[in-house]
Design a binder for this molecule. Structure first.
Ligand SMILES: *Cc1c(COP(=O)(O)O)cnc(C)c1O
Length: 482
């Protein structure tokens, strides 16, 4: 096959490709070329800018508002990481370019970024090897469970048919396990918000393929019996899966690999500098212990003896391709920039602040709501809006009231095991003034619930469409903002 890029791609200013010239007819068959110019809308630059700026203002965003959306880690992401991902030398390359050309180092830099990011993630998780290919947390989970299945198949563990998951897990955990062909055994949480240890022991047997744990879990609680759980699971040749989407609570402090976990995914779009939400690209890299290395997806970036990087496809036991090329490269570049700019101390400071901010808010809000779980939380906490019932109100009304006061509502009605749940994650990037303002707003809203509950029934009143008719919104998406 003749490689198009050898003589195409004019490149943007800033990329050294002066010797490369392109003529469309050389690379695109004539029958696919336009015969007349495309009919593009004729608008001025100012009109375009106003249009998109107006659209962006219809949204809440981390750049404009406090966004304490529990479980989702809507933290502020440094613009420097964005700038790194936007460097033309990184955005103008193509994955089909040769890794080496004529002694040149065409994509060595980007392969080096992939290689180094894998090493850094190994270092902070304590796992031996990483793949950067999965494109979301859930995709990482599926990859991890497929690796689990490949391991058991290889070992002749044919009796393994189920995975144990606590009921506090993110809904993607059971979905991933099912998709990879396993039954799911759900274990309820105990009064402290941890996996019920006795029920877990009763469910564990030779047919257990593995256990998926989130720690700190989705209730913001740190599971304290991890060691015993790991030991018991390894005894039946099961594997321990660590859902690391909450990694901003622990990074720099402890490592899943050291605790006995075998597989772990991270959400680069939560913990490592890519904005989360809005359906944008994500990345859910998966780390494994040495014995699972052969099952990782292909290709793998490897460093050769002469120090150059190349892609290795020679992995007969691999689960194969799980994504085209090497994952969402831009997301990985942001994470790399974030990791090397923070360093070890910076990462530790980040998780310290995430936990401090959450505990500060939890204690400030406890007088208003109580809190589901009595102890200290990690990076997020859950409380219940059941106390609003006596005013004829629900958690939803409280959430809508926050919108009028310039705050994106926290996650509500999740986790499912807390009635009228409100789940707050302030994140490490908010300062004390912002947190205090949030407390003030919550106090105001609780007063309003007592004195004028109907006002909350009608909130929000400051947005273009007011209280959304959710059924109509799902069925009829044509809203006009006049
Ligand atoms: C967000 C999250 C996931 C899923 O990540 P996606 O990128 O949304 O697929 C999994 N587990 C936990 C604990 C999460 O918070």
């Amino acid at each position: 096959m003749k490689l198009i890029y050898e003589k195409s791609s004019p490149g943007r200013p800033g990329v050294q490709m002066s010797s490369i010239k392109i003529s469309p007819t050389e690379v695109i068959p004539a029958k696919y070329l336009r015969s007349k110019p495309a009919e593009l809308p004729e608008v001025s630059e100012a009109e375009v800018v106003r249009h998109f700026t107006a659209l962006s203002r219809l949204n809440f965003s981390v750049d404009t508002h406090f966004y304490p959306l529990g479980s989702c880690t809507m933290k502020y992401n440094p613009k420097a990481c964005e700038a790194a991902a936007n460097l033309p030398a990184l955005t103008d390359i193509h994955p089909l370019w040769p890794q080496l050309r004529g002694g040149g180092l065409l994509t060595q830099g980007s392969l080096g970024i992939l290689y180094n990011t894998e090493r850094l993630l190994s270092e902070i998780t304590g796992l031996d090897e990483f793949t950067l290919q999965p494109m979301a947390g859930a995709h990482g989970e599926l990859t991890g469970v497929m690796i689990m299945a490949a391991y058991h198949k290889d070992r002749g563990n044919t009796q393994k048919d189920h995975i144990i998951i606590p009921d506090s897990a993110h809904g993607t955990n059971p979905a991933s396990a099912q998709l990879a062909g396993y039954n799911v055994v759900t274990i309820p949480s105990d009064a402290k918000g941890m996996i019920d240890f006795d029920l877990f022991k009763a469910a564990l047997n030779e047919r257990t393929a593995g256990v998926m744990m989130t720690c700190p879990n989705t209730l913001g609680v740190f599971e304290t019996r991890i060691q015993e759980i790991c030991d018991a699971v390894h005894e039946v040749d099961g594997l321990m899966y660590y859902d690391g989407a909450n990694f901003n609570a622990i990074m720099g402090r402890y490592r899943p690999g050291d605790m006995g976990f075998d597989i772990c995914h991270l959400n680069l779009h939560k913990s490592f500098a890519t904005p989360h939400g809005g359906g944008g690209p994500g990345a859910g890299p998966v780390g494994v212990v040495e014995k699972l290395r052969p099952y990782l997806p292909i290709s793998r970036v490897v460093k050769t003896n002469d120090g150059t990087f190349t892609l290795n496809y020679d992995a007969p036991k691999s689960i194969g391709y799980i994504a085209p090329f090497y994952g969402n490269f831009g997301v990985i570049v942001r994470a790399y920039a974030y990791l090397i700019s923070l360093g070890r101390e910076g990462l530790l400071g980040t998780s310290n602040r995430a936990v401090l901010n959450a505990n500060y808010l939890q204690e400030k809000l406890r007088p208003l709501f109580g809190a589901e779980y009595k102890g200290r939380c990690m990076h997020e906490f859950v409380f219940s809006g059941q106390c609003l019932a006596k005013h004829g109100l629900h958690t939803l009304d409280l959430a809508k009231g926050m919108i009028d006061r310039g705050i994106h509502p926290p996650t509500v009605y999740f986790p499912l095991n807390v009635p009228e749940a409100i789940m707050v994650e302030p994140t490490e990037t908010e300062d004390r003034d912002t947190l205090d303002n949030f407390v003030k707003v919550m106090e105001e809203l609780m007063d309003l619930a007592k004195t004028d509950p109907d006002a909350l029934h009608h909130a929000p009143v400051t947005t273009p469409v007011g209280r959304l008719d959710e059924v109509k919104a799902a069925r009829d998406m044509r809203l006009s903002y006049t």
